[in-house]
Design a protein around this ligand. Structure first.
Ligand SMILES: *Cc1c(COP(=O)(O)O)cnc(C)c1O
Length: 397
Protein backbone atom coordinates (compact mmCIF):
# COMPACT_ATOMS: atom_id res chain seq x y z
CA UNK A 1 0.00 0.00 0.00
CA UNK A 2 2.65 2.46 -1.01
CA UNK A 3 1.16 5.88 -1.52
CA UNK A 4 3.40 7.69 -3.95
CA UNK A 5 1.52 9.91 -6.32
CA UNK A 6 3.02 12.99 -7.90
CA UNK A 7 -0.33 14.59 -8.64
CA UNK A 8 -1.54 14.76 -5.06
CA UNK A 9 -1.64 18.05 -3.18
CA UNK A 10 0.95 19.03 -0.57
CA UNK A 11 -1.47 18.64 2.36
CA UNK A 12 -1.92 15.00 1.34
CA UNK A 13 1.70 14.31 0.47
CA UNK A 14 3.06 15.40 3.86
CA UNK A 15 0.83 12.78 5.50
CA UNK A 16 1.26 9.86 3.11
CA UNK A 17 4.40 10.05 0.97
CA UNK A 18 7.01 7.38 1.64
CA UNK A 19 4.84 5.64 4.22
CA UNK A 20 2.81 2.48 4.16
CA UNK A 21 0.78 0.35 6.53
CA UNK A 22 3.08 -2.20 8.14
CA UNK A 23 2.33 -5.45 6.24
CA UNK A 24 3.02 -7.71 9.25
CA UNK A 25 0.95 -6.00 11.91
CA UNK A 26 -1.24 -3.41 10.21
CA UNK A 27 0.34 -0.66 12.33
CA UNK A 28 -0.78 2.69 10.95
CA UNK A 29 2.10 4.65 12.47
CA UNK A 30 5.55 3.80 11.12
CA UNK A 31 7.52 1.28 13.20
CA UNK A 32 10.76 2.50 14.79
CA UNK A 33 13.43 0.09 13.58
CA UNK A 34 15.74 0.80 16.51
CA UNK A 35 18.43 -1.58 15.33
CA UNK A 36 22.03 -0.76 14.52
CA UNK A 37 22.52 -3.83 12.35
CA UNK A 38 20.48 -6.16 10.12
CA UNK A 39 20.85 -9.92 9.78
CA UNK A 40 21.67 -11.60 6.47
CA UNK A 41 20.01 -14.91 5.55
CA UNK A 42 23.28 -16.18 4.07
CA UNK A 43 26.83 -15.15 3.26
CA UNK A 44 25.80 -14.71 -0.37
CA UNK A 45 23.00 -12.35 0.63
CA UNK A 46 25.36 -10.28 2.80
CA UNK A 47 27.80 -10.04 -0.09
CA UNK A 48 25.01 -9.02 -2.48
CA UNK A 49 23.86 -6.27 -0.13
CA UNK A 50 27.38 -4.88 0.17
CA UNK A 51 27.80 -5.07 -3.59
CA UNK A 52 24.52 -3.22 -4.01
CA UNK A 53 23.10 -5.93 -6.28
CA UNK A 54 20.34 -6.78 -3.80
CA UNK A 55 18.24 -4.18 -1.96
CA UNK A 56 18.05 -4.41 1.83
CA UNK A 57 19.62 -3.08 4.97
CA UNK A 58 23.11 -3.65 6.35
CA UNK A 59 23.91 -1.22 9.15
CA UNK A 60 22.06 1.90 10.30
CA UNK A 61 24.85 4.35 9.41
CA UNK A 62 24.34 3.20 5.82
CA UNK A 63 20.54 3.10 5.86
CA UNK A 64 17.58 2.29 8.10
CA UNK A 65 13.92 1.46 7.27
CA UNK A 66 12.40 4.16 9.51
CA UNK A 67 14.82 6.76 8.17
CA UNK A 68 14.11 5.57 4.61
CA UNK A 69 10.42 6.45 5.05
CA UNK A 70 11.34 9.98 6.06
CA UNK A 71 13.83 10.28 3.20
CA UNK A 72 11.18 9.19 0.70
CA UNK A 73 8.67 11.60 2.20
CA UNK A 74 10.84 14.72 1.99
CA UNK A 75 12.23 13.75 -1.44
CA UNK A 76 8.65 13.57 -2.72
CA UNK A 77 7.79 16.97 -1.21
CA UNK A 78 10.86 18.51 -2.87
CA UNK A 79 10.56 16.59 -6.14
CA UNK A 80 14.12 15.21 -5.92
CA UNK A 81 15.67 11.82 -6.72
CA UNK A 82 15.86 10.76 -3.08
CA UNK A 83 16.52 12.02 0.42
CA UNK A 84 19.53 11.69 2.70
CA UNK A 85 18.64 12.27 6.34
CA UNK A 86 21.31 13.75 8.58
CA UNK A 87 21.76 14.10 12.33
CA UNK A 88 21.45 17.91 12.17
CA UNK A 89 20.92 20.64 9.60
CA UNK A 90 24.64 21.46 9.85
CA UNK A 91 25.46 17.85 8.93
CA UNK A 92 23.36 18.37 5.79
CA UNK A 93 25.30 21.56 4.98
CA UNK A 94 28.78 20.15 5.66
CA UNK A 95 28.18 16.73 4.11
CA UNK A 96 26.84 18.10 0.84
CA UNK A 97 29.59 20.71 0.51
CA UNK A 98 32.36 18.23 1.36
CA UNK A 99 30.94 15.83 -1.21
CA UNK A 100 30.81 18.46 -3.95
CA UNK A 101 34.06 20.39 -3.33
CA UNK A 102 37.70 19.33 -3.41
CA UNK A 103 40.99 20.96 -2.50
CA UNK A 104 41.73 23.95 -4.76
CA UNK A 105 38.06 24.45 -5.66
CA UNK A 106 35.89 27.44 -4.82
CA UNK A 107 32.31 28.12 -3.76
CA UNK A 108 30.16 31.24 -3.83
CA UNK A 109 27.63 31.66 -1.02
CA UNK A 110 24.94 34.05 0.25
CA UNK A 111 26.61 36.49 2.67
CA UNK A 112 23.80 36.41 5.23
CA UNK A 113 23.40 32.63 5.44
CA UNK A 114 22.75 30.88 8.72
CA UNK A 115 25.86 31.95 10.71
CA UNK A 116 27.48 28.52 11.25
CA UNK A 117 27.03 27.57 7.55
CA UNK A 118 29.41 30.40 6.68
CA UNK A 119 31.75 29.98 9.64
CA UNK A 120 32.39 26.30 8.89
CA UNK A 121 33.35 27.10 5.30
CA UNK A 122 35.56 30.11 6.08
CA UNK A 123 37.21 28.76 9.23
CA UNK A 124 37.42 25.03 8.62
CA UNK A 125 36.99 24.10 4.95
CA UNK A 126 39.71 26.70 4.24
CA UNK A 127 42.09 24.44 6.23
CA UNK A 128 41.59 21.82 3.51
CA UNK A 129 42.16 24.22 0.62
CA UNK A 130 38.51 24.95 -0.21
CA UNK A 131 38.10 28.60 -1.20
CA UNK A 132 34.95 30.69 -0.75
CA UNK A 133 33.38 34.08 -1.45
CA UNK A 134 30.22 35.19 0.36
CA UNK A 135 28.28 37.87 -1.51
CA UNK A 136 24.83 39.41 -1.61
CA UNK A 137 23.21 36.80 -3.87
CA UNK A 138 20.07 38.95 -4.17
CA UNK A 139 22.28 41.00 -6.56
CA UNK A 140 22.91 38.78 -9.60
CA UNK A 141 25.79 40.97 -10.81
CA UNK A 142 27.58 40.28 -7.53
CA UNK A 143 26.96 36.56 -8.02
CA UNK A 144 28.40 36.59 -11.56
CA UNK A 145 31.40 38.67 -10.48
CA UNK A 146 32.23 36.23 -7.68
CA UNK A 147 32.62 33.24 -10.00
CA UNK A 148 36.15 32.00 -10.67
CA UNK A 149 37.35 29.33 -13.09
CA UNK A 150 37.49 26.87 -10.16
CA UNK A 151 34.00 27.64 -8.74
CA UNK A 152 32.08 24.37 -8.37
CA UNK A 153 29.21 25.30 -6.03
CA UNK A 154 26.83 28.23 -5.72
CA UNK A 155 25.27 28.03 -2.27
CA UNK A 156 22.11 30.07 -1.77
CA UNK A 157 19.91 30.53 1.25
CA UNK A 158 16.58 32.15 0.39
CA UNK A 159 14.84 33.69 2.21
CA UNK A 160 18.11 34.28 4.03
CA UNK A 161 18.73 34.31 7.72
CA UNK A 162 17.98 36.77 9.37
CA UNK A 163 17.73 39.58 6.83
CA UNK A 164 14.84 37.80 5.01
CA UNK A 165 16.39 38.86 1.71
CA UNK A 166 15.32 36.83 -1.34
CA UNK A 167 17.56 35.42 -4.08
CA UNK A 168 16.35 34.51 -7.57
CA UNK A 169 16.74 30.72 -7.65
CA UNK A 170 16.07 30.21 -11.38
CA UNK A 171 18.58 32.93 -12.33
CA UNK A 172 21.19 31.47 -9.96
CA UNK A 173 20.68 27.98 -11.44
CA UNK A 174 21.37 29.44 -14.88
CA UNK A 175 24.52 31.26 -13.73
CA UNK A 176 25.83 28.18 -11.89
CA UNK A 177 25.21 25.85 -14.82
CA UNK A 178 26.80 28.25 -17.34
CA UNK A 179 29.95 27.99 -15.21
CA UNK A 180 29.79 24.21 -14.81
CA UNK A 181 28.89 24.55 -11.12
CA UNK A 182 26.02 23.10 -9.09
CA UNK A 183 23.40 25.14 -7.26
CA UNK A 184 22.73 24.15 -3.64
CA UNK A 185 19.75 25.83 -1.93
CA UNK A 186 19.03 25.89 1.80
CA UNK A 187 15.21 25.76 1.78
CA UNK A 188 14.80 25.79 5.58
CA UNK A 189 13.05 29.16 5.85
CA UNK A 190 10.41 28.56 3.18
CA UNK A 191 9.92 24.81 3.79
CA UNK A 192 8.75 22.54 0.93
CA UNK A 193 5.28 24.03 1.34
CA UNK A 194 6.20 27.51 0.11
CA UNK A 195 9.15 27.01 -2.24
CA UNK A 196 10.22 24.32 -4.74
CA UNK A 197 13.89 24.94 -5.58
CA UNK A 198 14.35 21.78 -7.70
CA UNK A 199 11.55 22.85 -10.04
CA UNK A 200 13.49 26.11 -10.46
CA UNK A 201 16.71 24.34 -11.48
CA UNK A 202 18.42 23.63 -8.14
CA UNK A 203 20.71 20.59 -8.00
CA UNK A 204 20.69 19.96 -4.24
CA UNK A 205 18.16 21.13 -1.63
CA UNK A 206 19.08 21.06 2.02
CA UNK A 207 17.00 21.51 5.15
CA UNK A 208 17.45 21.96 8.80
CA UNK A 209 14.42 19.80 9.69
CA UNK A 210 14.91 21.10 13.23
CA UNK A 211 12.80 24.02 12.03
CA UNK A 212 9.50 23.88 10.11
CA UNK A 213 9.59 20.24 8.95
CA UNK A 214 9.73 18.75 12.44
CA UNK A 215 8.14 21.88 13.86
CA UNK A 216 7.92 21.04 17.56
CA UNK A 217 11.30 22.25 18.89
CA UNK A 218 12.10 18.75 20.18
CA UNK A 219 14.50 17.33 17.57
CA UNK A 220 17.62 18.46 15.69
CA UNK A 221 17.72 16.97 12.21
CA UNK A 222 18.69 17.65 8.60
CA UNK A 223 17.92 16.47 5.08
CA UNK A 224 19.71 16.57 1.73
CA UNK A 225 17.62 16.13 -1.44
CA UNK A 226 19.67 15.87 -4.64
CA UNK A 227 17.87 16.27 -7.93
CA UNK A 228 19.66 13.48 -9.81
CA UNK A 229 20.68 9.93 -9.05
CA UNK A 230 24.30 10.82 -9.81
CA UNK A 231 24.47 13.61 -7.23
CA UNK A 232 22.54 11.49 -4.73
CA UNK A 233 25.12 8.70 -5.09
CA UNK A 234 28.00 11.09 -4.67
CA UNK A 235 26.65 12.68 -1.48
CA UNK A 236 25.34 9.37 -0.04
CA UNK A 237 28.82 7.85 -0.27
CA UNK A 238 30.32 10.74 1.72
CA UNK A 239 27.49 10.80 4.28
CA UNK A 240 27.96 7.10 5.05
CA UNK A 241 31.67 7.68 5.67
CA UNK A 242 31.50 10.99 7.53
CA UNK A 243 28.78 9.45 9.66
CA UNK A 244 26.37 12.33 10.24
CA UNK A 245 23.49 9.91 9.73
CA UNK A 246 20.14 10.18 11.47
CA UNK A 247 19.05 7.90 14.30
CA UNK A 248 15.80 5.92 13.70
CA UNK A 249 14.02 7.35 16.73
CA UNK A 250 14.83 10.84 15.52
CA UNK A 251 13.47 9.92 12.06
CA UNK A 252 10.26 8.68 13.62
CA UNK A 253 9.76 11.95 15.51
CA UNK A 254 10.27 13.96 12.31
CA UNK A 255 7.86 11.66 10.44
CA UNK A 256 5.33 12.56 13.12
CA UNK A 257 6.09 16.28 12.82
CA UNK A 258 5.97 16.49 9.02
CA UNK A 259 2.36 15.29 8.88
CA UNK A 260 1.16 18.69 10.12
CA UNK A 261 3.72 20.71 8.12
CA UNK A 262 1.22 22.25 5.74
CA UNK A 263 -1.25 23.14 8.52
CA UNK A 264 1.47 24.72 10.65
CA UNK A 265 3.17 26.67 7.87
CA UNK A 266 -0.11 28.11 6.61
CA UNK A 267 -1.33 29.02 10.10
CA UNK A 268 1.91 30.68 11.16
CA UNK A 269 2.11 32.51 7.83
CA UNK A 270 -1.41 33.86 8.31
CA UNK A 271 -0.41 35.05 11.79
CA UNK A 272 2.87 36.52 10.48
CA UNK A 273 1.07 38.68 7.93
CA UNK A 274 -1.01 40.26 10.69
CA UNK A 275 2.01 40.68 12.99
CA UNK A 276 4.08 42.30 10.20
CA UNK A 277 1.34 44.87 9.56
CA UNK A 278 0.97 45.51 13.30
CA UNK A 279 4.72 46.12 13.69
CA UNK A 280 4.83 48.25 10.55
CA UNK A 281 2.26 50.63 12.03
CA UNK A 282 3.68 50.68 15.56
CA UNK A 283 5.27 54.03 16.49
CA UNK A 284 8.26 52.41 18.27
CA UNK A 285 9.22 50.32 15.23
CA UNK A 286 11.68 51.82 12.75
CA UNK A 287 11.51 49.21 10.00
CA UNK A 288 9.99 45.79 9.26
CA UNK A 289 11.32 43.23 6.79
CA UNK A 290 8.72 40.68 5.67
CA UNK A 291 8.21 39.33 2.12
CA UNK A 292 4.45 39.86 2.47
CA UNK A 293 4.86 43.64 2.83
CA UNK A 294 5.09 45.59 -0.44
CA UNK A 295 8.13 47.54 0.73
CA UNK A 296 10.23 44.35 0.90
CA UNK A 297 13.08 44.94 -1.61
CA UNK A 298 12.33 41.69 -3.47
CA UNK A 299 8.56 41.72 -2.99
CA UNK A 300 7.79 40.84 -6.65
CA UNK A 301 10.44 38.12 -6.82
CA UNK A 302 9.07 36.62 -3.61
CA UNK A 303 5.58 36.49 -5.08
CA UNK A 304 6.87 34.86 -8.25
CA UNK A 305 9.19 32.32 -6.62
CA UNK A 306 7.34 31.44 -3.41
CA UNK A 307 3.81 30.35 -2.65
CA UNK A 308 3.63 32.66 0.34
CA UNK A 309 5.78 35.00 2.43
CA UNK A 310 6.35 32.57 5.32
CA UNK A 311 6.48 33.08 9.06
CA UNK A 312 9.79 34.90 9.67
CA UNK A 313 9.87 38.64 10.33
CA UNK A 314 12.86 40.86 11.08
CA UNK A 315 12.40 44.32 12.53
CA UNK A 316 14.33 47.17 14.10
CA UNK A 317 13.23 49.55 16.80
CA UNK A 318 13.69 53.33 16.80
CA UNK A 319 15.53 52.97 20.11
CA UNK A 320 18.09 50.61 18.49
CA UNK A 321 19.79 47.85 20.44
CA UNK A 322 18.73 49.10 23.88
CA UNK A 323 15.06 49.13 22.90
CA UNK A 324 15.38 45.74 21.24
CA UNK A 325 16.84 44.25 24.42
CA UNK A 326 14.02 45.71 26.49
CA UNK A 327 11.32 44.26 24.24
CA UNK A 328 13.02 40.84 24.18
CA UNK A 329 13.28 40.85 27.96
CA UNK A 330 9.57 41.66 28.31
CA UNK A 331 7.83 39.25 25.92
CA UNK A 332 5.76 36.72 27.86
CA UNK A 333 4.16 34.49 25.24
CA UNK A 334 6.89 34.49 22.57
CA UNK A 335 9.91 32.59 23.85
CA UNK A 336 13.34 34.23 23.91
CA UNK A 337 15.24 31.47 22.15
CA UNK A 338 17.11 30.77 18.92
CA UNK A 339 15.73 28.39 16.29
CA UNK A 340 12.60 29.01 14.25
CA UNK A 341 9.72 27.28 12.56
CA UNK A 342 8.39 25.77 15.78
CA UNK A 343 4.72 25.60 16.61
CA UNK A 344 5.43 28.25 19.26
CA UNK A 345 6.51 31.84 18.56
CA UNK A 346 10.25 32.34 19.05
CA UNK A 347 12.07 35.67 19.23
CA UNK A 348 15.83 36.32 19.23
CA UNK A 349 18.62 38.86 18.69
CA UNK A 350 20.91 37.64 15.85
CA UNK A 351 23.89 39.97 16.50
CA UNK A 352 24.38 38.56 20.00
CA UNK A 353 23.03 35.06 19.38
CA UNK A 354 22.79 33.11 16.07
CA UNK A 355 25.25 35.36 14.21
CA UNK A 356 27.58 36.21 17.10
CA UNK A 357 30.31 33.96 15.67
CA UNK A 358 30.55 36.09 12.49
CA UNK A 359 33.14 38.88 12.28
CA UNK A 360 31.36 42.17 13.21
CA UNK A 361 32.31 43.76 9.87
CA UNK A 362 30.92 40.77 7.93
CA UNK A 363 27.75 40.95 10.00
CA UNK A 364 27.18 44.62 9.19
CA UNK A 365 28.03 44.03 5.51
CA UNK A 366 25.44 41.24 5.44
CA UNK A 367 22.80 43.62 6.83
CA UNK A 368 22.65 42.09 10.31
CA UNK A 369 22.60 45.30 12.33
CA UNK A 370 22.83 45.38 16.14
CA UNK A 371 19.21 46.49 16.44
CA UNK A 372 17.74 43.69 14.29
CA UNK A 373 15.21 41.46 16.08
CA UNK A 374 14.05 38.20 14.46
CA UNK A 375 10.61 36.81 15.16
CA UNK A 376 9.45 33.35 14.09
CA UNK A 377 5.69 33.57 14.35
CA UNK A 378 4.04 30.43 15.69
CA UNK A 379 0.58 28.88 15.59
CA UNK A 380 -0.86 30.45 18.75
CA UNK A 381 -4.04 32.53 18.44
CA UNK A 382 -3.26 35.81 16.72
CA UNK A 383 -4.97 37.87 19.45
CA UNK A 384 -2.58 36.47 22.06
CA UNK A 385 0.51 37.02 19.89
CA UNK A 386 -0.47 40.64 19.26
CA UNK A 387 -1.35 41.28 22.93
CA UNK A 388 2.09 40.01 23.95
CA UNK A 389 3.97 42.18 21.46
CA UNK A 390 1.80 45.18 22.36
CA UNK A 391 2.61 44.90 26.07
CA UNK A 392 6.33 44.30 25.43
CA UNK A 393 6.53 47.33 23.11
CA UNK A 394 4.60 49.40 25.70
CA UNK A 395 7.51 49.01 28.14
CA UNK A 396 9.46 51.38 25.89
CA UNK A 397 7.20 54.16 27.21
C1 LIG B 1 19.12 26.04 11.85
C2 LIG B 1 19.59 26.19 10.47
C3 LIG B 1 20.65 25.41 9.95
C4 LIG B 1 21.39 24.41 10.81
O1 LIG B 1 20.56 23.41 11.28
P1 LIG B 1 20.77 22.59 12.66
O2 LIG B 1 19.65 21.64 12.65
O3 LIG B 1 20.71 23.59 13.77
O4 LIG B 1 22.11 21.95 12.60
C5 LIG B 1 20.99 25.57 8.62
N1 LIG B 1 20.35 26.47 7.84
C6 LIG B 1 19.36 27.25 8.30
C7 LIG B 1 18.71 28.22 7.38
C8 LIG B 1 18.94 27.15 9.62
O5 LIG B 1 17.95 27.93 10.07
Amino acid sequence: MSTSSGSRKMATKVIHEGQHIDPQTGAVAPPIYQSSTFAFASVDQGAARFAGTEPGYIYTRMGNPTTAMLEANIAALEGGFGGLATATGMAAVTTSLLALLSKGEHMVGTSSVYGPSRVVVETHFSRFGIESSFVNTADLDEVRAAFRPNTKVLYVETPANPTISITDIAACAKIAHEHGALLVVDNTFASPILQHPIALGTDVVIHSMTKFINGHSDVVAGMIVPKTEETHKKIAAVLRLLGGTMDPHQSWLVLRGVKSLELRVLRSQENAMVVAKFLDEHPAVEWVRYPGLEDHPQYELGRKQMEGPGALISFGLKGGLAAGKKVLDHVQLATLAVSLGGIESLIQHPASMTHASMKPEDRIAAGITDGLVRLSVGCEHIDDILADLRQALATLG
